[in-house]
Design a protein around this ligand. Structure first.
Ligand SMILES: [Fe+2]
Length: 175
């Protein structure tokens, strides 16, 4: 069972959310997704099964949070930093439901074959009272969002997510 204290230690970027209520909701979504996905250890959830040795979801989530923060700091547009950081920290939370651990094997779950992580993550976030602006970032961060009008915050998360995906894949697969 994952606790709030565990998550605050594992994901120090949670402190960048300058709104206690939103931060608590982000933590609650992580805990509930981990529980519903049957994960005993939150650090076992993989970043992706699209390539081998991708590392953990927490590592990827932290890298994306750092990327979005640095991009936003270089822009003049008005960007909602709380929504941006919460969106970065939750964008892939649906992977806790899309993937499952059975014995020593991590695979796509039956639920995950039907519902991809942007949708399951956004639905869970909405269920737990996360603001719609953040649910939108989760729902639209991947290809699902290509047909939607992404918010400014979602555009940033979308691109930073793919920067990390491509670079991490290159890192582990080599040139
Ligand atoms: Fe991601």
């Amino acid at each position: 069972m994952t606790s709030t204290e565990d998550l605050e230690k594992l994901i120090p970027e949670l402190q960048w959310i300058d709104d206690e209520d939103l931060k608590e909701k982000v933590i609650r979504v992580w805990i509930e997704a981990t529980r519903r996905g049957g994960w005993n250890n939150v650090q076992e959830i993989p970043f992706t099964l699209s390539f081998k040795n991708s590392g953990t979801l927490i590592e990827h989530t932290r890298r994306v949070a750092k990327l979005v923060k640095s991009v936003a700091s270089q822009r003049d547009e008005e960007i909602n930093m709380n929504h941006l950081i919460a969106g970065a920290l939750l964008h892939d939370i649906g992977k806790a439901l899309e993937y499952e651990k059975v014995g020593n094997e991590i695979r796509v779950s039956e639920y995950g074959k039907k519902v991809r992580h942007p949708i399951s993550g956004a639905n869970l976030a909405r269920e737990l009272g996360v603001p719609e602006e953040v649910a939108h970032i989760i729902e639209s961060h991947s290809h699902e969002g290509d047909k939607m009008k992404r918010s400014k915050e979602s555009i940033i998360v979308h691109h930073c997510d793919f920067i990390d995906f491509e670079l991490r894949r290159r890192e582990v697969e080599g040139d």
